[in-house]
Design a protein around this ligand. Structure first.
Ligand code: LRH
Ligand code: MN
Ligand code: MN
Length: 430
């Protein structure tokens, strides 16, 4: 039986806060009006904003040391969808789910599509997995998948990606995201150029199987599981591969996959300029690929990334329309709460970036007025857009305070009765 959060409960919880939200919204509306910004225009854009939930993010994550499962964790893709529906019902910003195969075990894709339709959920990018061996796998990925020296292993990895495309067609997806762990752990272990050539040859076969209205997103990551070299270690190798493959191949930026202090917003700008920005995996990190909740550590960086994205929208940049997705590991929080918080955090960055006075910024840039250019961005970042986010949710039938409403619903305790822990759901290191 599918458990949902009662609309009456959402309305009851909202009723307690609605008066305050309206007061705050009016005050912010007056403040923005002084800058010639119509708050309702911004709220309408906030209502349009969507970011996909990763199916694997609905389970508790973990590290290679341990995983501490919570109660009532989803045990399969159907239960992950149920949790995703709750996230969307309350946050009204996550109508898409991004699956990961074969982590998400599916016997009948038509049945899965009917189930997601019944929850009013859609499917975002399909993630393939050739970074581990499956039970009984004949040709191992121990020494890589798409770049493996063994043709049999490469063929297996290619076929899995082609299968992902077929499954995605049934689900109504339009994107395949390929991240591989291929690389080396010892200097000299691998011939860099030959390995990259093998990777490109394999990717060309996958690209050839892509329907004409699909995109192939390549995700780079500096390290892990390989700790000396990684085949697509940064945006340089990523864009080279995407350019080699063709216009339907684009780069995907996972915020946790760069060296510390790398200027990610500038990478985003470069990819936009060359029509190669495919999408994002949002998360935050302090040390490496920590997969912390989005905006929990570097909200200004997240805002600066959206400054580039909104700038591209503003300039009507050709070929621009990236997929937004969360990719986080929730080790100590309820994943539903973290995902709702993170969706709102990313939406906040988007809305704040909409408030940047772009003609003024351009003028300061042209005048080389570094201080005022920087202040123009900071001014928008410092505006508390919470009333806009709350109003957007309220107008769409979501919760003014998603976490409080979720807690009041007792959803997790209710599903825990039907979902005895098997200690296995979720993934290890993601
Ligand atoms: C790799 C990664 C990639 C995988 C996911 C589980 O670190 O970010 O997106 O598919 O984690
Ligand atoms: Mn990722
Ligand atoms: Mn990652």
């Amino acid at each position: 039986m599918t458990t949902r959060i009662d609309k009456a409960l959402i309305a009851e919880q909202n009723a307690k806060l609605e008066g305050f939200v309206k007061e705050d919204y009016e005050a912010l509306g007056n403040k923005l009006a002084r800058e010639d910004i119509n708050i309702d225009d911004i709220t309408a854009m906030a209502e349009e904003f969507q970011i996909a939930v990763p199916s694997w993010g609905t389970g508790t994550g973990g590290t290679r040391f341990a995983r501490f499962p919570g109660i009532g964790e989803p045990r399969n893709i159907f239960e992950k969808l149920e949790d995703s529906a709750v996230i969307n019902d309350l946050s009204q910003a996550t109508e898409r789910v991004s699956p990961h195969f074969p982590w998400d075990k599916v016997d009948d894709f038509k049945e899965l599509k009917e189930f997601s339709d019944s929850l009013s959920l859609k499917w975002d990018s399909i993630n393939s997995n050739t970074f581990q061996d499956q039970a009984g796998q004949e040709h191992s990925f121990k020494y890589g998948s798409l770049s493996n020296t063994s043709k049999e292993s490469r063929d297996l990895a290619i076929q899995h990606n082609l299968d992902c495309i077929e499954w995605g067609k049934t689900l109504g997806s339009k994107t395949l995201t390929v991240w591989v762990g291929d690389g080396s752990n010892h200097p000299g272990q691998q011939h860099f150029q030959s390995a990259f050539e093998r990777y490109l040859e394999s990717m060309k076969e996958i690209y050839a199987g892509l329907p004409s209205d699909w995109e192939l997103h390549i995700e780079h990551k500096m390290f892990e599981p390989a700790f000396y070299s990684t085949i697509i270690q940064d945006w340089g190798s990523n864009i080279l591969a995407a350019m080699e493959l063709g216009p339907q191949a684009k780069s995907l930026v996972d915020l946790g996959h760069h060296a510390p202090n790398v200027n990610i917003e500038m990478i985003v700008s470069r990819l936009i300029q060359f029509k190669k920005l495919g999408g994002f995996h949002f998360n935050d990190s302090k040390y490496g690929d920590d997969d912390l909740d989005s905006g929990s550590l570097h909200p200004y960086q997240q805002f600066l990334i959206f400054n580039e994205l909104v700038d591209a929208e503003y300039r009507k940049q050709e070929g621009f329309g990236p997929n937004y997705m969360l990719d986080q590991s929730h080790n100590v929080t309820d994943p539903i709460e973290s995902l709702m918080n993170s969706a709102a955090s990313v939406q906040r960055s988007y809305v704040a970036a909409l408030l940047v006075n772009r003609p003024l910024l351009t003028q300061y840039q042209n005048d080389n007025d570094a201080l005022m250019a920087s202040n123009t961005l900071k001014h928008a970042f410092n505006i508390d857009v919470s009333p806009i986010l709350a109003m957007a949710r309220l107008r769409k039938g979501g919760a003014i305070d998603p976490v409080a409403t979720y807690r009041a619903s007792g959803y997790r305790q209710a599903v825990a009765k039907d979902r005895p822990s098997n200690g296995q759901s979720g993934s290890g290191i993601v």
